[in-house]
Design a protein around this ligand. Structure first.
Ligand SMILES: NC(=O)c1ccc[n+]([C@@H]2O[C@H](COP(=O)([O-])OP(=O)(O)OC[C@H]3O[C@@H](n4cnc5c(N)ncnc54)[C@H](O)[C@@H]3O)[C@@H](O)[C@H]2O)c1
Length: 249
């Protein structure tokens, strides 16, 4: 489905991003894996190459303007184009707002929101030139409803939601679409940090979803690939929930 497509995936050393990179490669895309975690990022690319796929790792601190610019420039120089950008990398900090040091707020905003502005800024230039492109941002149900205890995280995801809609509105005329996915709790290393490894706790969280289980990285990657593909060519500015029905209640 993605033959000759160049897909840049941020935060692709782990969890949802890693699975998204794998699914793009399985669909014949050339994949650029961007992450601050050099060891796990190079492992992902080595595995993809071993399976016969075309992939590249670019070590990127997504809070750095220079690194984001280098990521997109390297992708375009190596593969000749940037067709798809998946702004996936993110982090969660759960300090209550009244106790949160300003530097924690800044780190969250820089990682979860500013990174998506920076990568989009440079990728849009390539996409405008090509008169085509698809941006998929990984938002959260936290961009739609306030998840308790993670106010600053919720605020960044609210920003991702409106960034996505604004990209859709302003860049449709260039043939560029922008959408986001809104997962509820997905079983990834981030979730292991936030809710721990306790199976009973995971089961309790799973019950919040009418479907009765936690999401998998594959569940989210499949939605991302749909929004990046021509099968969604009339869809832009959308927020696709991948939440087992969590926000339908
Ligand atoms: N796991 C969930 O339950 C869940 C739910 C909703 C939304 N999300 C969102 O999905 C996205 C991916 O989450 P995940 O669960 O796969 O997390 P994860 O922790 O498994 O992976 C996140 C990746 O982002 C990378 N990263 C973090 N900061 C970076 C930086 N400054 N520069 C470069 N790379 C950086 C990490 O190294 C890591 O490889 C995030 O945006 C998260 O907010 C996750």
């Amino acid at each position: 489905m993605f033959k000759d497509t160049v897909a840049v995936v941020t935060g692709a050393a782990s969890g949802i991003g890693r699975q998204t990179a794998i699914e793009f490669a399985r669909q014949d895309a050339r994949v650029v894996v961007a992450d601050i975690d050099e060891r796990r990022g190079t492992d992902v690319v080595a595995d993809l190459k071993n399976d016969g796929h075309d992939a590249l790792f670019v070590r990127t601190d997504l809070t750095s303007k220079a690194d984001c610019k280098n990521l997109i420039t390297t992708a375009a120089e190596t593969f000749g184009r940037v067709d798809v950008l998946v702004n996936n990398a993110g982090m969660e900090i759960s300090t209550p707002l009244h106790e949160m040091p300003v530097h924690e707020w800044d780190t969250l905003v820089d990682t979860n929101l500013k990174s998506m502005f920076l990568c989009s800024k440079y990728a849009l230039r390539e996409m405008i030139e090509a008169s085509t492109g698809a941006i998929v941002n990984v938002c959260s149900v936290s961009g739609l409803v306030a998840w308790p205890g993670i106010a600053a995280y919720n605020a960044t995801k609210g920003g991702v939601m409106m960034l996505t809609k604004s990209l859709a509105v302003d860049y449709a005329k260039y043939g560029i679409r922008a959408n986001c996915v809104c997962p509820s709790i997905i079983d990834t290393p981030m979730t292991d940090v936030s809710i721990g490894h306790d199976a009973a706790v995971k089961e309790q969280k799973a019950k919040l979803n009418p479907i009765g289980r936690l999401g998998t990285p594959e569940d989210v990657a499949n939605a991302i690939l749909f929004l990046a593909s021509d099968k969604s060519s009339f869809i832009t500015g959308a927020a696709l929930t991948v939440d087992g029905g969590y926000t339908a209640i």
